[in-house]
Write a protein that binds this ligand. Structure first.
Ligand code: NAP
Length: 242
């Protein structure tokens, strides 16, 4: 089997990505940090697609935890390698900059940007040895355009966009592509405090997107079919920003 790791695969966009990768025949390692039951639900959906997987608990922002969890898996499976990595785990803690606390800044940067570093650094090694790999980073409209009240979140996602472009140039010769997908407003728990009606007029397609619509683009970038696409940011935002 071919192996894929999805961070934050327990809910929302991450769950849809896990299901898409299962459809593509991947064994999916479903990372979560707090909601084990939701991660188990994702695993059941993966199995419904006729594939298999496992859940793996770690906080992407905690370097020691990431290294321990992924390290144990790699030690137990010396003959296997993870050829698709989707860095999807993310949080937002919106606040105007002048009121922003250290925690609001550090935790968002730690999960969204630090998480990319902690996980990718470990997984890229196997891809380099095997001379094939796909890294897909879930970023955001907020990291491209900047959104008021989200200086922490916009900075974290813009950071991952920069890292995507830099890493793609480091590893391209080894058959590894590194791309980012930038969703606009997608219906998940992360946006449940937004009223779709208030935003509808701003979005050319006049609606929020679905997790499955994001997962389709991630699936393409995770597939062999995207072999000459690297260092790119693909927006999935209903035309909201280009
Ligand atoms: P969500 O429904 O809130 O789900 C977040 C996922 O990330 C959950 O699986 C959660 O795990 C996991 N997670 C959070 N912190 C983590 C940590 N420290 N370590 C490991 N996993 C962690 O969010 P979503 O809307 O699906 O968002 C997924 C990604 O899309 C994020 O990167 C987000 O920034 C990005 N995005 C979303 C939207 C949108 O409109 N929804 C727009 C643009 C970009 P637990 O279940 O264990 O808590």
């Amino acid at each position: 089997m071919k192996y894929a790791l999805v961070t934050g695969g327990s809910r929302g966009i991450g769950r849809a990505i896990c299901v898409k990768l299962a459809e593509m025949g991947y064994y999916v390692i479903i990372n979560y940090t707090s909601k084990k039951e939701e991660a188990e639900n994702t695993l059941a959906s993966v199995r419904e697609k006729g594939s298999d997987g496992e859940v793996m608990k770690f906080n992407v922002a905690d370097q020691a935890e990431v290294e321990a969890s992924i390290g144990v898996w790699l030690d137990k499976n010396p003959d296997k390698y993870i050829e698709v990595l989707v860095n999807n785990a993310g949080i937002r803690k919106d606040q105007l900059l002048m009121w922003m606390s250290n925690d609001e800044w550090n935790s968002v940067l730690g999960v969204n940007l630090g998480g990319f570093f902690n996980v990718t650094r470990l997984i890229i090694k196997g891809m380099l040895v095997k001379k094939y790999g796909r890294v897909v980073n879930v970023v955001s409209l907020s990291g491209l355009k900047g959104l008021p009240g989200q200086t922490n979140y916009s900075a974290s996602k813009a950071g991952v966009i920069g890292a995507t472009k830099a890493l793609s140039q480091e590893v391209g010769r080894r058959g590894i592509t590194v791309n980012a997908v930038a969703p606009g407003f997608i219906k998940t728990e992360m946006t449940e405090d937004f009223n779709e009606k208030d935003f509808k007029q701003l979005i050319p397609m006049a609606r929020f997107g679905t997790s499955e619509e994001v997962a389709e683009v991630v699936g393409f970038l995770a597939s062999e079919k995207s072999s000459y696409v690297t260092g790119q940011v693909i927006s999935v935002n209903g035309g909201l920003y280009s």
